[in-house]
Design a protein around this ligand. Structure first.
Ligand SMILES: N[C@@H](CCC(=O)N[C@@H](CS)C(=O)NCC(=O)O)C(=O)O
Length: 200
């Protein structure tokens, strides 16, 4: 298998961290989806990374689909297979993906020529990010993991989302959300996160 993506894409990083956690054999091919001559549309007509190429040459996208596929390859299941734990894990993952969407959108807005930027659109994005982090702070369980007292996709997705904020959005979330900060500090040292951390 091969995973195509950039070193800084948080969506790619979620899948790479999962590959590391599950110790799957998968080659990482660095590509720039924003380059004018990008090869990504050959694998995903939407031109977005990550893309997973399976050994038979077929491809899968986007990151939630790749996550589900990778998780099906071997135990332990990082997506709880059934019951309330499954819905909790998927809701945390959706919250984290939503934070990514808003933070990536904010970053892209700020890269547009100044005259074309919308301060209103970014204010709305920042409100959504703040509300999502507040929700996480309030709903964090007491232990070190978000669901079932073990690592799941929820922990992978939220860790990646918080660290993407660190990369692209100067934000004092650690001071505003101290429980979230303590939870993150515990998980951040896992080798899967250390090995996939984006270059500054
Ligand atoms: N929903 C997609 C989002 C992927 C995405 O937005 N990737 C960005 C990189 S962070 C990208 O490839 N952007 C290229 C572009 O917008 O043309 C997923 O979860 O995989």
């Amino acid at each position: 298998m091969k995973i195509y993506g950039s070193l800084t894409s948080p969506y790619v990083r979620k899948t790479r961290a999962l590959i590391a956690e599950k110790q799957l054999a998968c080659e990482f091919i660095v590509v720039d989806p924003h380059a004018p001559d990008s090869t990504v549309p050959r694998y995903n007509p939407l031109g977005l990374v990550p893309v997973l190429e399976r050994d038979d040459g077929s491809t899968l996208f986007d990151s939630p689909v790749i996550t589900e596929y990778l998780d099906s390859l071997k135990p332990p299941a990082l997506i709880p297979p059934a019951g309330e734990a499954r819905w909790q894990a998927l809701r945390w993952a959706a919250l984290a993906d939503g934070v990514l969407e808003q933070t990536v959108g904010r970053t892209m807005e700020l890269r547009r020529p100044l005259a074309q930027q919308s301060a209103d659109a970014n204010a709305r994005r920042e409100q959504k990010i703040a509300r999502a982090l507040e929700f996480a702070e309030q709903h964090l369980p007491p232990g070190p993991f978000l669901v079932e007292n073990r690592l799941t996709v929820a922990d992978v997705a939220l860790t990646v989302a918080l660290e993407y904020i660190d990369l692209r959005y100067a934000h004092d979330w650690r001071r505003r959300f101290p429980r979230l900060a303590a939870w993150h500090a515990h998980l951040a040292t896992r080798p899967a996160f250390v090995a996939t951390r984006p270059p500054k």
